[in-house]
Design a protein around this ligand. Structure first.
Ligand SMILES: NC(=O)c1ccc[n+]([C@@H]2O[C@H](COP(=O)([O-])OP(=O)(O)OC[C@H]3O[C@@H](n4cnc5c(N)ncnc54)[C@H](O)[C@@H]3O)[C@@H](O)[C@H]2O)c1
Length: 474
């Protein structure tokens, strides 16, 4: 990556140098051009094809192995216990007590105990090699995700990886190439696209209620001060000390990218990013650990990134895990006929003519300049509930939970598609696009917010599918 970046910078410097050679008068008249920074898109190997709409052999019973049983992993095991046709075959964590605790719970619920793997950071390879596994579910620290995913696919398994699934361009391309070569699913476990407001808004967008969606916002704004100490060996704090850019972009970008049909008729062309100076976390570390990291800390308190798409849309993505703001994923869609907004209060604003004449909602109370009232909101929520969420799924999701139910819908949908041999809701290109913000925002920030190209990770297929569709059994 460094090599790629320095070549691009050399180009940029050359442009500036040529500019300096011109007369002073000319310089005053002509603003200097900013060079678009590009990273390398590796060529697809001969015979290798894309995995758009990848459908694999139906697996009536899905046998799952879990790696990583810290704060996040055990919840995934419990959710899977509530999905018919799932066998929990193996559990892995470095820490023995974490594996035992989850296995005890399985036994308590009347399930067979799973195979156990623990003891060191490489033991997961034994789980990955198990012939009786169909799916590996990964919830470990970020720097282990891509390596585990790549190996899992090479070992013949589908892989589901927690967010962010990849941290740099090499990891992203490795996951894409391995999925394309092995024809295995590689899904990022982006749960926020399944929250009820986002799913309903997606359905409304797809049915045209917002007209053309031109602008979207998303964010991860979550003060992690109360949680830093709980991560295994401080891995998350250390990552924030040593890296900059938007380090956690997928919750914010996922729902907006879906509403804009990214790589299903549109594509993100480039981004530009900036960050504030760093204050809050170094102060927190000084206060709680007595360590002075203020000079070394790389991640700014607040990062703002603007993305431009091929079809002229704009996306604004933000990141702040440092300052004392209420939790906020922003999620906002601005369309030519309507508007969706999730935080701090969920609401939609619609123009009357955006409704279908046959729609069963009350046209009288619409006002293009304010949010629909509570009664209308409830009506829309019901009327436009996404078709993947039937009554039974809604009830089970609310009962089993996981961030209010969205985590359960995510796991349920993945298993449903695997059981029926259907394409998954999110493919490896979604993973790539959403994670690419991490390295690419870093490059932009390092270069004075210069525009950085977002590669077409489908390598030519971004326009093949007309729109996003969640597959269902015919
Ligand atoms: N989607 C969401 O809403 C959401 C919420 C929380 C966390 N996450 C993601 O889940 C992942 C895990 O986060 P967490 O909060 O559980 O962190 P954590 O520190 O609590 O847990 C990580 C676990 O991984 C284990 N581990 C570390 N290296 C390992 C290795 N090489 N092999 C096996 N096990 C290993 C650790 O022992 C620990 O138990 C992260 O990617 C995080 O971003 C997602």
């Amino acid at each position: 990556m460094k090599r790629i970046l320095s070549i691009s910078l050399l180009l940029a410097v050359t442009v500036l140098f040529v500019g300096c050679g011109a007369t002073a008068q000319k310089q005053q008249q002509q603003p200097q051009t900013v060079q678009m920074i590009r990273t390398v898109t590796p060529e697809r190997a001969a015979g290798q094809t894309d995995v758009l709409e990848l459908a694999t052999e139906a697996l009536p019973v899905v046998r799952v192995g879990f790696i990583g049983l810290g704060m996040r992993g055990p919840g995934a095991v419990y959710r899977m216990m509530n999905i018919p046709g799932v066998e929990i075959v193996a559990l892995c964590d470095v820490e023995q007590d974490r594996v035992k605790k989850v296995n005890d719970r399985l036994e308590k619920e009347g399930r067979p105990r799973a195979k156990e793997f623990y003891g060191d950071t490489a033991v997961w390879r034994q789980l990955s090699a198990l012939p009786e596994l169909d799916l590996i579910y990964i919830a470990t620290p970020w720097n282990t995700h891509a390596m585990m995913g790549v190996q899992g696919m090479k070992d013949g398994k589908h892989v589901a990886i927690e967010v962010p699934a990849a941290m740099n361009m090499d990891e992203i391309w490795d996951l894409i190439n391995t999925s394309e070569q092995t024809r295995k699913h590689c899904m990022q476990l982006e749960n926020c696209v399944y929250d009820f407001f986002e799913l309903t808004s997606l359905n409304m967008a797809q049915q045209g209620l917002f007209g053309e969606v031109l602008y979207g916002e998303g964010a991860y704004i979550h003060n992690l001060e109360p949680f830093w100490k709980d991560y295994w060996h401080d891995w998350r704090l250390e990552y924030n000390i040593n890296n900059f850019g938007d380090l956690y972009p997928t919750h914010g970008l996922g729902p907006v990218a879906q509403a804009m049909n990214i790589h299903r008729g549109d594509k993100m062309n480039y981004l530009t990013s900036t960050q504030t100076k760093t204050v809050a976390i170094p102060e927190f570390i000084k206060r709680t650990q007595g360590r002075d990291v203020s000079k070394d800390f790389r991640n700014g308190d607040h990062t703002v990134t603007i993305i431009k798409t091929e079809k002229g849309k704009v996306i604004n993505i933000q990141h702040n895990v440092a300052d004392p703001r209420p939790y906020d994923r922003m999620f906002q869609l601005t369309g030519t006929k309507g508007f969706a907004n999730k935080y701090p209060v969920e609401g939609w604003a619609l123009t009357a003519d955006s409704f279908d004449a046959n729609a069963k909602v009350d046209h009288e109370k619409l006002d293009g300049h304010s949010f629909v009232n509570k009664e209308m909101f409830d009506k829309l929520m019901k009327e436009y509930r996404h078709p993947i969420v039937n009554d039974q799924l809604l009830e089970t999701a609310k009962k089993v939970g996981g961030h209010g139910g969205m985590d359960f819908i995510m796991d349920y949908r993945m298993i449903y598609c695997l059981q029926n041999g259907l394409p998954l809701d999110m493919d490896v290109y979604d993973l790539a696009e959403w994670c690419a913000l991490i390295p690419l925002t870093g490059i932009s920030i390092e270069n004075g917010s210069a525009p950085v190209e977002i590669p077409d990770f489908t390598r030519g297929g971004w326009d093949k599918l007309g729109k996003l569709e969640f597959a269902t059994k015919k």
